[in-house]
Every structure is written in structure tokens, then in C-alpha cells.
Design a protein around this ligand. Sequence first.
Ligand code: GAP
Length: 441
Amino acid sequence: MSQPSMDTIVNLAKTRGFVFPGSDIYGGLANSWDYGPLGVELKNNIKHEWWKRFVHGRIDMVGQDGAIIMNPKVWEASGHLENFTDPLVECKNCHERYRADQIDLTKPCAKCGKSETLTEPASFNMMFKTFMGPKEESASTVYLRPETAQAIFVDFPQVLMTSRKRIPFGIAQIGKAFRNEITPGNFIFRTREFEQMEIEYFVHPDDWKEKFEMWLKELHGWIDFCGIKKEWVHEYETPGSELAHYSERTVDLEFDFPFGKSELYGLAYRTDHDLKKHSEYSGRDLSYTDTVTGEKYIPHVIEPSLGVDRTLLAVMLSAYTEEEAPTADGGVDKRVVMKFPHALAPIKIAVLPLSKKPELRDVALPIVEKLSKKWNAEYDETQSIGRRYRRQDEIGTPYCVTVDFDSLNDHAVTVRDRDTMVQERIAIGELEDYFFKNLKS
Ligand code: GAP
């Protein structure tokens, strides 16, 4: 199937409660988005599954949760103060700003149309600055982290000591990152506040190539698990001129977004850049001694870095499906189905009494109460059953449980499968077992 347009996904996200424009009642705030009831479930499921897979699922990994605001020396040592920049040009006529590497500098200003008004490119540091404490002076300047990675490097000796891990091993972290992007846009693709899921995997310098390939494979496995369409994902070997200041090799996993092929994830070989710099600037020895060979060295790092928001966007674009479906009167209708993998679906089961009659409610409510102890289950008794099925399809709920008047006598319900639309009659007492068997984790 061809990809939905951005408008289709943005519209579905807004009308169904996945993602809304932020600060909307005040006219919004440029490129800020809030995750609604379904969006936060989807996002939490992505983060939870990532953690389950890469932290709990591997014996060579541990997790941590570092502070967003760190000692400013961290950013001096890491090179972000000097190098975390984008080339900025400004129109001298209308003062619109652009990223110099994203536009044709020989063309007129896209906003005011004037020619030859763009300034020479200047380096613009993308870190958000703020002040710690009541004094707004340079001594109290701090930064919101532009990547979660640095807390992992700074905490490396403590995690090493307390976790009893030996190299090769990795530390994972999920959290917010902030970048004062010159040109944010394309919905949640590029925002100034976003979330990352990062791993810093520490290796012996001789092993980096093998571990790089291992993580590349892991990333493809994760993409598959999320239901992100393989045919829309491409590897991009970043040329030397485009490498970040800390990287010796980076492979981006790009995705065919409706606005063009763009970075979904990055896999970088950060060498010993960060630990070496933090050793130098802090005066603390961040080297590692192999207990078997006695060799002492600064570990090298492979970094799989994933944006949560971009994952969510790629998952939604991949899950979106339009199909023909039969109507109650024997006709054919179009249905939109979000075919999320079960593990990511915001709601796993919807319990739908056929009507609002109290006797059906009395059967349906205890069912949803019981199921919601194990899975995120929803109760809905508004509108016709057909419309409620369509809504659950659109939000990607794998199963609907319908309580009808026969249920009062046979103590059974109809379970409808989102993807096949096949309906089965299941005894109420067997529902839990049914979902343990059929809901895929
Ligand atoms: N620690 C390495 C690092 O931060 P990056 O390529 O700059 O590398 C990693 O960012 C990932 O974070 C990207 O692949 C993308 O998924 C996500 N990301 C980066 N900037 C973003 C932004 N402005 N909005 C949303 N996601 C972003």
C-alpha cells in the first residue's frame, strides 16, 4: 500500500487523541505538540518495549536516568559548546532565518522574495540556555541537554562499579532532549523538545567494527518489531564531511517520510572521544582495567540513538491501512485500520455492550474491570456498534468484545479481530485465557 499523506496522519492524530498542537487555547506555540490519551499510551509502549528488549532482555546492558541539567563543564568537555552548531543565514530585509545547508543560497528569500539579501552563514549553537538560581548572570548559565548520552559518559565509573559489568557492556537511557532548531517542522519529526532512547555500548577498541555491525542488526530487528515497513527504511553511510564532531563512523537509518527520505535513527562509533574528554576536563581517570588480561584502556563507544517521537511517527505511517469492509446492510464501506503490533497498540481490548440497556451494562462492566487488571481495556457504549468498531479500528485496538442480549443467557460474548474482522463466540469465563493466548507481546 502507498503511504498516507502527512495531512492524513496529522488529522487522525488530532481527531482521535494521539497528538494535539501544544498550548492550543493560546494560539499554540510553534512546533510544540502534546500527546493525548492514545498518544501517551503508544509512546509509553514504545519506550517500555525498547527497555524490555535492550535492557531487561540482555545480560550485557543496564539502565540509568540522568539529570537534564548538568554541570556546564560537561558541554565544554563533550565539545557541544564549540561544535553543536548549525549554519544560520538571515534575510537582511525580512529577518527570516534559515539553515544554510537546507536552502539554495543563490535563490531569493523564500519569505519576502527579495534577492541577494541573505547574510553569510554563521554558526548557531543549538543548545537551550537558561539560568540556575535567582541570578541571571554568566556564572549561573546552564544548558538543557541536547542529547541524553552525556549523563551516561559522566556516570560511567559509578555504573561500572555498582553494576559489576565487564566490557563489552552498555548503558541505556530514555529521556527528554532539547535543541533550539533553526527550522523545526514536519509535525513531530523535528521539534525543539523531544525524547531520545540512547545506548552507549562500551567496547575494547579492537572490537568496535564487530559491535557496530551487531547493533546495526539489532536496530533492524527493533524496526521490524515496531511494524515499521522495511521497504521504507534505508541505510545511509554518513560521509566524513557530515559526521558529528564526536563520530568516526555513522550509519543513519533513514525512513521514507511523506516529506522525503530523512533520518529515523543514528548509529555512531564515538571512539573514546567522550570518556577521554571527560577524563581530561574532570581530572578523573575514566579508563577501564580488564581483570583477566590486566590491560588498561579508555573504552570505545558504539551508540545506537533513537528518537521516540520519530519512532511514533514511523509506526503510525506504517500502521495506517485503508481497506474495504462490509456494511451491516450488505454494502461495502471503506475502513481505516491502524495495524499496530499488539504490543504497541494503545488499547488492547474494547468492551462494547450492544446497547445502553442497564442489563447489558451490568454484564459488560465487570468484564472490562477484570480485563483492565491485565491489559489496557476500554469501555464504550455510545453510538451504533458499527461506528464503534470503525473507531476502534482507527485507533488500532486489536480486539473488540461485544456483549449482546444472548450474553444474558449463554454467558458468552463476541470477540472481533481487528485485522481479519472474524468474530468468535467466547464464554465470558474464558476471556482471560483467550487474550493470554491471542494478544501477541
Ligand atoms: N547522541 C547522539 C545524537 O543525539 P542525533 O542524530 O543528533 O544523535 C539522535 O539524534 C536521534 O534523535 C535522531 O536520529 C532522531 O531520531 C532524534 N532527533 C534528533 N533531533 C531531533 C529533533 N529536533 N526532533 C525530534 N527528534 C530528533
